[in-house]
Design a protein around this ligand. Structure first.
Ligand SMILES: Nc1nc2c(ncn2[C@@H]2O[C@H](COP(=O)(O)OP(=O)(O)OP(=O)(O)O)[C@@H](O)[C@H]2O)c(=O)[nH]1
Ligand SMILES: [Mg+2]
Length: 416
């Protein structure tokens, strides 16, 4: 398991860079001492004012300043934060990334999707022995797309469109890949959104500032807790947010510990109860503590539920009901985590969860090594829900913004 590593502070270099004549050095030092003394006075005054205000709204500002200084520095990897900045920016961001970031992202994505792209790419390679697009080729192409988990309906539609555009005409493997990548990008684009981190400007019944509340759900083992940890890392260390984590998976003691470790690694406020406690009570208390401690974002982990287990689904509904006692707008986000290796079963999971709770967005995990990357296209086509991020591995860097064009190209095996 890879952990987040703290960035080393860069050395101060300014004094050594340009040595001054001795007299000027003394003057400069005296000026600096004056400035420091003045600053100390200001800080002392501010501290006194803050102490006075402590009883009403203390922690928020006091905690944000020192914690985030180090993390403002640019990181080597593409980050979700970029996606958070603007809802629409994702698809256009590739150009603005620096090369190192881009290379890292591309190798992760195309490496992760290599099994899926092999299916399509190699399948096409075997297929295009003739030059003209005929029925036989189209049928075989449809099979390839179904095997890559785009689903029968979408596979038929794409092949139908290719047929009406290019039937009987000369076509190469590269052209078919480009055609598919364009079509798939168009399907994916409306789903590429950043995860909003700002709570709406509403006040709850206590008249307090609310954190943004993200409830995370999904079936067993899809990657909910790990995804929360990765998100907390990015929100805190890259966006400078104060994060709180609520351990509403009270089924297994290990589940609480797993989240606690992430809370420690990401300096997050942590709320839990004993194993077997009421999950809704944990959620309720998590919100209260997040407010009291001035957290910007609260993520609530839930037990992996089998979507056919009625009592578990009822528990999820109860969590939402209880949160609404604090504020009827809660939770602001219900994230459904899906494991891409389950392929078309992910469709059924979305249908079931959607029928019970207001799913507002998806995160699709385990695309590394999954031969079923096409399911993301099927999900986009069928539900149009935002795909906030995709998981292409187990480290924190492996939770990536969802970039439709790159995804489509990697999926069909085109160079990025
Ligand atoms: N390869 C890979 N593994 C992942 C990814 N996301 C999560 N995992 C792994 O999947 C396993 C299950 O992850 P968890 O976060 O515990 O899943 P969960 O949904 O919380 O599981 P339950 O709480 O038991 O329902 C862990 O070993 C994770 O490291 C991913 O994108 N790629
Ligand atoms: Mg879990």
């Amino acid at each position: 398991m890879a952990f987040w590593r703290k960035k080393k502070k860069t050395e101060e270099t300014s004094i050594n860079d340009a040595p001054l004549p001795q007299g000027e050095v003394v003057e400069a030092v005296e000026e600096t001492i004056d400035a420091v003394e003045a600053a100390v006075e200001v800080i002392a005054d501010t501290a006194a004012e803050l102490a006075e205000e402590m009883s009403t709204a203390p922690e928020e500002e006091a905690e944000e300043i020192p914690e985030n200084i180090e993390v403002e520095a640019p990181e080597e990897t593409p980050i979700l934060v970029e996606a958070y900045k603007s809802l629409d920016a994702l698809g256009d961001e590739a150009e603005s990334e620096d090369e190192a970031e881009k290379t890292g992202w591309i190798s992760r994505l195309s490496g992760g999707l290599s099994k899926s792209s092999q299916k399509i790419g190699q399948g096409l390679g075997d297929l295009i022995s003739k030059k003209k697009l005929d029925h036989e080729t189209l049928e075989a192409l449809e099979d390839i797309l179904i095997t890559a988990d785009l689903g029968p309906a979408l596979a038929a539609r794409l092949v139908g469109e290719l047929e009406s555009d290019r039937f009987g005409k000369d076509i190469t493997e590269q052209e078919i890949k480009e055609y598919l990548a364009d079509k798939i990008t168009a399907i994916l684009k409306p789903c590429a959104r950043g995860l909003e981190m700002k709570a709406p400007e509403t006040t709850n019944i206590q008249g307090k500032k609310s954190p943004r509340v993200i409830l995370v759900c999904g079936v067993n083992g899809v990657g909910k807790t790990t995804t929360i940890g990765k998100l907390a890392h990015q929100m805190h260390f890259k966006a400078g947010k104060k994060v709180a984590l609520g351990a509403a998976d009270t089924f297994r003691a290990a589940a609480v510990e797993q989240l606690q470790i992430w809370a420690e690694r990401t300096d997050s406020v942590f709320v839990s109860k004993d194993q077997g406690a009421d999950a809704a009570a944990v959620a309720f208390e998590s919100y209260q503590k997040s407010m009291d401690e001035g957290a910007d974002i609260l993520m609530i982990d839930t037990a992996g539920r089998l979507h056919n287990k009625q009592h578990l689904m009822a528990e999820l509904e109860k969590i939402i009901r209880v949160l609404k006692k604090h504020d009827e707008n809660l939770p602001h986000e219900v994230l459904l985590v899906l494991d891409s290796t389950t392929g078309q079963n992910a469709i059924t999971q979305v249908e079931t969860f959607k029928s019970l709770v207001n799913v507002t967005g998806l995160i699709v995990t385990k695309l590394d090594g999954s031969a079923k990357g096409g399911v993301v296209v099927a999900l986009a086509e069928q539900f149009g829900l935002p795909v906030y991020a995709i998981g292409v591995g187990e480290t924190v860097e492996d939770l990536q913004p969802f970039k439709p064009e790159d995804y489509a190209k990697a999926l069909v095996g085109l160079e990025l």
